[in-house]
Design a protein around this ligand. Structure first.
Ligand code: ZN
Ligand code: ZN
Ligand code: ZN
Length: 332
């Protein structure tokens, strides 16, 4: 059973995944390529190889766990957290633990084994976004959960273990420290200026244009002023919106278009890099509607975290975001 443990010094939670306890010999150096599975559990016709689906886009009304779907969401076969009944909070002296309660799901983005997210059509990407929204809304109803994180690992260096393109979604019984840290910063700004920091940031970036990559009617993409690593990208809705799940039909369309555009630019410019993609949205029932502005953080995996970063939380970024944005803007 997975367990959540709280670091008594900094308050950060970690998941101790006891059910997949690894021995020293399990940590071999990374191989260059993902071994293609002959019987890919995410391919059409192999539905029996995954746990039963919790959501699917089936326009022709085909039966559950059979072919005929366009997107399909299934519980992760090797979940970091499990959907147990109660949180079971416990303390032993200074050490706090709770059961690893959470829902860990995989959204299979399309039936094609070889196409990555960037290669899907805007219509197909829209379906993926809609699936993320549907599942987020369902998980938000569970009162044990405080946060739903949508994320994607593409490529071996970014932590992907299966080639067939997929996005993941995990609901958590606590608000992660990264998120609460960001929220504190947003609140500090809001208390001073009575305005959302992201709304102001978009305004300034659009005036200065130095770090701008591209925009459309609803979304704006730029390289953040204090980018932690080369070619870090942020995508935000232009209008203030605290939760990803508030995205409307027109915004889903614009989001799909800008996401495809950005992923194609990154793929062309950086030779199809591995990347991590996360959506930061407001916590569930967090009363952060005015100060929180949901956004995407996209990070190509071009460098490794080393001792200095580990020891300080400082990052050394060898490509200034102004230069990164210029390169990304110029991709044809
Ligand atoms: Zn496949
Ligand atoms: Zn805002
Ligand atoms: Zn963020």
């Amino acid at each position: 059973m997975p367990e959540l443990r709280k670091d008594p010094i900094v308050g950060r939670w970690v998941i101790i995944a006891t059910q997949r306890a690894k021995r020293p010999s399990d940590f071999r150096p990374e191989k260059d390529t993902i071994v293609e599975n002959e019987s890919c559990p995410f391919c059409q016709g192999n539905e029996k190889l995954t746990p039963p689906e919790v959501d699917a886009d089936r326009p022709t009304g085909t039966a559950k766990d059979t072919p005929g779907w366009l997107t399909r969401t299934v519980p992760n076969k090797y979940p970091a957290l499990k959907n147990l009944s109660s949180l079971g909070k416990k303390s032993s002296g200074m050490f706090d633990t709770m059961k690893g309660v959470g829902q860990h799901e995989v959204i299979i983005e399309s039936t094609s084994h070889d196409k990555q997210l960037a290669d899907l059509s805007v219509e197909e990407i829209k379906r993926v976004i809609d699936a993320c929204k549907r599942r987020s809304l369902i998980l938000a109803k569970d009162e044990r959960f405080k946060y739903v994180l949508i994320f994607k690992n593409y490529g071996l260096a970014a932590g992907a273990s299966l080639e067939h393109s997929h996005t993941q979604l995990i609901s958590l019984p606590v608000v992660p420290l990264r998120v609460s840290g960001e929220l504190e910063g947003m609140k500090r700004y809001f208390d001073q200026k009575n305005k959302c920091i992201f709304c102001d940031m978009i305004e300034q970036e659009r005036e200065e244009k130095k770090r701008q990559i591209c925009e459309n009617d609803e979304f704006y993409a730029f390289c953040p002023f204090a980018s932690r690593s080369p070619f870090e990208i942020c995508i935000v809705p232009k209008k203030h919106q605290h939760s990803f799940t508030d995205i409307n039909e027109n915004q889903v369309n614009s989001f799909a278009r800008i996401l495809k555009d950005i992923l194609l630019r990154m793929k062309a410019l950086l030779d199809n890099p591995s990347y991590n993609f996360i959506i930061h949205t407001s916590p569930l029932n967090g009363n952060t509607n005015e100060l929180c502005h949901w956004h995407v953080e996209l990070m190509p995996k071009l460098t490794k975290i080393a001792g200095f970063e580990w020891g300080t939380g400082f990052y050394i970024n060898s490509t200034p975001p102004e230069l990164a944005a210029k390169y990304l803007r110029e991709v044809k």
